[in-house]
Design a protein around this ligand. Structure first.
Ligand SMILES: Nc1ncnc2c1ncn2[C@@H]1O[C@H](COP(=O)(O)OP(=O)(O)OP(=O)(O)O)[C@@H](O)[C@H]1O
Ligand SMILES: [Mg+2]
Length: 585
């Protein structure tokens, strides 16, 4: 992260923290429980000092008859502290885990509705590290900070109260160190937040580099990328180490400095306490207990000064989380129900450019696709075929010109209703870690009967290779289908689209990974499937599109030719040239 964003986010810390607290608000009962627990713990601390006073006074006064109950008291005090700490810790951890869970699911839900360009811009590793690392940091800030504040704060209150009760003048002298401690803590906090932001972004880098190298392990090895990847990872990891060490330096200087200040206060105390005016009528026991209580304050005060770094880390993490949560989702202002559309598509002077680029990916497309017809998009790589197909489910938005479904602009349909009408086989097949059946009956189709799934599997020629698999349709496919061949994966994706049985069907290079034999089978199956629905077929192999009702030839985002296979061949233009090239042999 750069310095400019450090600057931008400055000062909004308290607002961010308030927003973090909203997450723990519903868990107020947990706070009450932990407050009670830590109060017991804090009281135990003060009682321990009181106990010491009584022991010393008893020994000095020769009151040995008190030994039994004094001995029992120490066990009681520790028992009390233990029970208090347990109740406090348990309730606090409950709040923490509950918050992690809520925040994570909220963040994940936001990820699921972000528009395409967000995914294009943000490395997946960064998104993942937000879900894992940042969420934990936020929770630490909300719960650990509150835990320490309550537990140590109450201990301080208890001990100070007891000290005031023993000798208020001495206590005031001791407290003179307070403002200086505050100053040290506040300087350290500012630096902590800045460093924490950098630490987070370095965790994101580590995840990104690692996930790329893991996914692409074959390419890494074949193309001699091992050293480069190792270096890349080392750099990211080293950066992480450096940021972390800077953080540690700040934090570690903070603590001893505060302790030194307390020691100075103690020294002052001891010096002043030797003055009879200040000492007043304190007993030896009282004096020893006073010094002990002041000494016992070191630990809670030190821990209290560590609250601020924890909060700063949390605020830095929360800023980036809320950034994602606040990111606008996909534009979905339409309300029309697309259920029952026929599937007439009209494209009028359609232009589109990707937000990242300043040239048109689609440049003035005019097309009429009547319902139920099959249209093939052919053309050079990069001519805009996939881009055109991506507009129909509105994966890419913000085009100029008109794109009408049954005469209605696509934007007027509710997004989910529109997408219900479309089945899609992507250029890059996506399978989920589960069985073949799960992948065919994915998502909203999970309720499909085994019979329906088998039927779709048959139509897409999935059943052909099922017999050779150990568990048939219930065989697991591995992450993104790694346990299957490319052609098998593609057939499962086709089966999924067939099962959906929607009025619009998009097949982007859906048969590219199949051999000629299987392709012919699938062509036959698809010939059945496309009947009665508007189908957009994108293919490089022209043999697969010959039977289309309309062939559209694209080049540089424009339609250069359209017609049937026969018409275009006779015309002797771009299509005929492409055709001649492919069938030369
Ligand atoms: N996410 C993106 N951001 C920016 N530009 C993109 C993006 N995706 C594609 N493009 C650009 O848009 C143009 C059209 O790409 P598109 O994927 O539609 O081509 P295509 O016809 O499907 O090619 P192929 O036959 O190779 O699949 C290309 O110039 C490409 O560089
Ligand atoms: Mg493409």
């Amino acid at each position: 992260m750069t310095d400019t964003s450090d600057q931008q986010n400055k000062g909004s810390g308290w607002e961010v923290y308030r927003r973090m607290l909203v997450y723990v608000k519903p868990l107020w009962f947990g706070f009450i429980a932990s407050f009670i627990g830590y109060s017991i713990y804090g009281a135990g601390q003060a009682l321990a000092a009181k106990w010491l006073e009584m022991v010393v006074d008893a020994v000095q006064g020769g009151a040995f008859d008190q030994r039994l109950w004094l001995a029992l008291a120490v066990v009681g005090i520790f028992l009390m502290r233990g029970v208090g700490a347990f109740i406090g810790n348990y309730s606090m951890s409950y709040i923490a885990r509950e918050t992690v869970h809520t925040m994570r699911t909220d963040l994940f839900s936001s990820l699921l509705r972000l528009p395409t360009h967000y995914y294009n811009r943000n490395p997946s590793g960064e998104m993942l590290s937000r879900l894992t690392y940042n969420v934990e940091q936020v929770t630490g800030a909300v719960t650990n900070a509150i835990k320490i504040t309550i537990r140590e704060g109450l201990t301080v209150v208890g001990l100070l109260g007891y000290m005031v009760y023993l000798n208020w003048k001495l206590t005031l002298i001791f407290l003179a160190a307070g403002p200086i401690i505050g100053l040290v803590v506040s300087i350290a906090s500012k630096r902590m937040r800045k460093l924490s932001r950098r630490l987070q972004s370095s965790v994101g880098d580590i995840t990104s580099v690692a996930s790329e190298a893991i996914r692409g392990f074959q390419v890494v090895r074949i193309f001699g990328g091992i050293d480069a990847e190792r270096a890349r990872f080392q750099k990211a990891s080293l950066q992480n180490k450096r940021q972390f060490m800077k953080l540690v330096v700040t934090q570690s200087l903070n603590t001893p400095l505060v302790q030194l200040l307390i020691a100075l206060a103690l020294a002052l105390l001891l010096y002043a306490a030797m003055d009879p005016v200040v000492l007043g009528g304190m007993t030896t026991g009282g004096f020893v207990a006073f010094l002990t209580a002041a000494g016992m304050l070191t630990k809670p005060v030190r821990q209290l000064t560590e609250v601020s770094p924890i909060i700063q880390k949390g605020i830095a993490a929360a800023e980036s989380l809320f950034g994602v949560i606040d990111e606008p989702g996909e534009a979905d202002s339409g309300s029309r129900d697309a259920g029952g559309v026929r599937g007439d598509l009209t494209l009028r002077n359609l232009c589109f450019s990707y937000p990242e680029s300043d040239s048109y990916a689609l440049n003035g497309i005019n097309l009429d696709i009547p319902a139920g017809k099959t249209v093939a998009l052919v053309g050079r790589s990069g001519s805009g075929k996939t881009t055109l197909a991506s507009l129909l489910p509105r994966f890419n938005d913000g085009w100029d010109g008109e794109l009408l479904l049954d005469g209605v602009p696509l934007q007027e349909y509710a997004l989910s209703s529109l997408r219900e009408q479309i089945a899609l086989v992507n250029q890059q097949v996506v399978l989920f870690n589960g069985s073949i059946a799960d992948n065919i009956a994915y998502g909203a189709m999970a309720e499909a009967s085994e019979e329906q799934v088998m039927e779709a599997a048959k139509a897409a020629h999935v059943s052909e290779f099922l017999e050779r698999l150990p568990e048939g349709i219930h065989t697991l496919v591995g992450e993104n289908g790694v346990l299957l061949s490319g052609g098998q994966r593609q057939r499962i994706a086709i089966a999924r689209a067939i099962l959906k049985n929607s009025p619009l069907l998009i097949l982007d290079e859906a048969t590219s990974a199949l051999d000629t034999e299987s392709e012919r089978h699938i062509q036959a199956a698809l010939a059945e499937v496309v009947k009665g629905r508007t189908t957009l077929v994108i293919a490089h192999r022209l043999s697969t599109v010959e039977k289309a009702d309309l062939i559209v030839v694209m080049d540089s985002g424009k339609v250069v030719e359209q017609g049937t296979h026969q018409e275009l061949l006779e015309k002797g233009g771009a299509y005929a040239a492409l055709h001649a090239m492919q069938f030369r042999d």
